[in-house]
Design a binder for this molecule. Structure first.
Ligand SMILES: O=P(O)(O)OC[C@H]1O[C@H](O)[C@H](O)[C@@H](O)[C@@H]1O
Length: 297
């Protein structure tokens, strides 16, 4: 059965391979599991809440309308870190394709977390499309400004937690030479390292990364994940390492930072500004490709 709905989630199974599936929680429209031929591709904390009590620690939480914690905008500054999409229950809109199995989820103010829409009283319609390919997972977002008069200002980001074997043997490639904002150092610089490696807490926004760059997660020389993007110019690279993991109650096991890396495609270095009635769309595509070291200037 390509699409199965329960009260709290929707499960897509590939029609030609029932060991390939994706589970989407209606809460936050959060993909929390993507198995490719029985092998889980995403990291999920063993203490992740899947009951709607708090955003899911793992999988692909959705960040909208603000990335991080805003301190300056009259309304966005009132929202919690990463906004309201990941802690609102979305509506399952149904299956749009049999093969590859594709499902859509919608969010609008009327069904969003009322505590948060009170703080950010904007008109919007979000449509998330989840497409399960035989060897890829595509998550696409459409944001519509449903106001007839006001501009809609927002960030968007897919907060993707990739499962890896061992953080110390892992590197991320094809981000070389990009201007970054380091959220820990609170400074900008150009990352001249040929690849990104990890030996401490890492929290860096790579800005304006050309869509030609296929971002790859490489484990001891073998490509294990490839991320492609449309209309998502920025990429956040995050690993909480020891102390930060210890400080997050829902991050378990505490050694879990060794088996995960967040590569988060988004539009976060500035805001998207959408005129009344207009739409904006973007997608991330998670797939497997041979190692492709790109020296794109
Ligand atoms: O704990 P959360 O609100 O899910 O945020 C988890 C992380 O998200 C992003 O990766 C940010 O760059 C980090 O600064 C933040 O710690």
């Amino acid at each position: 059965m390509p699409v199965r709905e329960t009260e709290r989630e929707v499960v897509l199974t590939h029609p030609t391979d029932d060991t390939t599936s994706v589970h989407i929680l209606k809460y936050g429209a959060t993909v929390y599991s993507w198995k490719l031929k029985s092998e889980e591709q995403l990291w999920l904390s063993t203490a992740a809440k899947l009951d709607g009590s708090k955003p899911v620690r793992g999988g692909i939480p959705l960040v909208f309308p603000v990335f991080g914690k805003n301190e300056t905008d009259e309304y966005l500054s009132k929202l919690p870190q990463h906004g309201l999409a990941r802690n609102s229950t979305w509506e399952f809109l149904g299956q749009t394709k049999e093969n590859p199995p594709t499902a859509q989820f919608g969010l609008k103010p009327e069904i969003s977390n009322p505590e948060l829409t009170k703080l950010w009283p904007m008109d919007f319609l979000l449509i998330l499309t989840v497409e399960l390919g035989p060897d890829y997972l595509k998550t696409a977002i459409e944001v519509e400004n449903t106001s007839s008069s006001k501009e809609l200002k927002f960030n968007w980001l897919f907060h993707t937690y990739f499962r890896i074997e061992d953080i110390e043997g892992t590197m991320v490639s094809n981000l070389a030479g990009m201007k970054v904002y380091d959220q820990l150092l609170k400074e900008s610089y150009v990352d001249k390292h040929p690849v990104v490696t990890f030996n401490e807490e890492t929290d860096v926004i790579y800005q304006n990364v050309s869509p030609e760059r296929a971002i790859q997660i490489v484990d001891k020389g073998v490509q294990i994940h490839t991320l492609k993007r449309y209309n998502l110019p920025d990429t956040v690279v995050w690993n909480p390492w020891v102390e930060k993991s210890r400080g997050m109650a829902d991050f378990e096991p505490k050694t879990g930072y060794q088996q995960m890396i967040c590569i988060e495609p988004g539009h976060v270095h500035d805001f998207v500004t959408l005129a009344p009635g207009k739409k904006w769309d973007a997608y991330q595509l998670l797939c497997k490709e041979e190692l492709k070291y790109q020296a794109i200037q």
